[in-house]
Ligand binder design. Sequence first.
Ligand code: 2M8
Length: 462
Amino acid sequence: MREELEPEDDTTRPAREKSAEVKPLAAGVLRRNDLDTWTKPGPSLYPHQWSWDSAFIALGLAHLDNRRAKRELETLFSSQWASGKVPHIVFNPEAPPQSYFPDAERWSSAALSSDAPSSPHTSGLCQPPVHAIAVLRIWETARGREERRIELARSFLRDSYPRLLAWHLYLATARDPEGSGLVTIYHPWESGMDNSPRWDETLEAVEIGDLPPYTRYDLKHVSDPSHRPSDEEYDLFLWLLELLKKARYDEATIYESHPFLIKDVFFSAILVAANEALLQIAAVVGAPEEERTLIEGWIERGRESLEERWDPDLRLCLDYDLRAEKSARVRTVAGFAPLIAGGLSEERLEDLLETLDSSSFAGNPRLCWPVPPSTSPEEAGFHPRSYWRGPTWPVAEWLLWYSLIRAGKPERAEKLRRVSLEQLARGGFAEYFEPFTGEPLGSPDQSWTAAVALDFLAVGSG
Ligand code: 2M8
């Protein structure tokens, strides 16, 4: 039977008391998933290093152990491709056999592309670039401490800066040959929101060819297969992967032939926020003026192009399918992209806040906690238990909280932070939550959930 959570029961206990319990529990999750130089996203479902998970993990670890936080990102960046791409998965050679699919062999990245490192193996895709934000957090947690610690953090920034710059340059060029300011993704896995209804129309048009057989291992790690993408979705994911392999992960070839080429507004907005962080890092390390000007240009271009993707009726920002030449008119949390990118006019900010608090998102009366579901409950493609089709995701809440602070809305940010922490204090560090009942779903003890809790606790007033 499903366990229903009743947040009302707990209102007598002060928030501060519950927060005090959350910190050691969150730290415990990160400790248990720690493999010394990097952290597993989840205890069994995700046995390898994932790119944006590690960025979130690093910003949580920054509040526990600065050195370990740095190591997390150094490990990830040591597998950066020659092109500047940071791979979405770095494979763990010690992972138990048949624990995750597609595995390193299925990707064959090093065999197909001379840009890919051969040891450890990596996937051929990338994920949203949260990394510069995490590097900046590491710096911020060291500042104001003893001189030695500050100097170590500064030296970490010096080492990280060129890698981050190469990563962002790759996204601004290979992933945006049009110079549009928006990043093109090649696969739903690159968005981080794998089975979001954002991709439904595009995927419907994809014809699956001769797909080599495979076995899914993810389903054995969750209590109910309906939490994860369906078999039909997996076939499409695997077929797109075959096409990318056929193109030998070559950007120009992919651009000519691939059926999934989407200007992803959420990914692009994170890049703008990450470029803001990179600009601050550039100042700390004394980067050349022309590089700072380049980064400023990326920020400006990114914001302008997101504004062009604004839908005045839905009052959200929409992805654009380059092949079909049309927008994906679906209300998902990704539509808040301009808030994440920042630099908004008062009017646009108000639009976004109204959408956020409307019944389409955090103001929906059926919600257990007033946090935005990954897909609006008013959408036809909404599903309350399926992965990115409706559940609430603490990492998405963190991104909105971080953005609200940057947008000069500290009170709204604080409300979101408190509710998000309450949700975690009641439901634990699940990968995602059923939005109407608060039931924890997916992988338990998910590292990035614990990491954002630590950041919420450290940066907020507790
Ligand atoms: C999920 O994605 C992986 C594929 O990359 C999967 O479902 O197997 C997504 O939630 C993604 O955003 C996340 O980085 C990854 C690991 O937590 O899991």
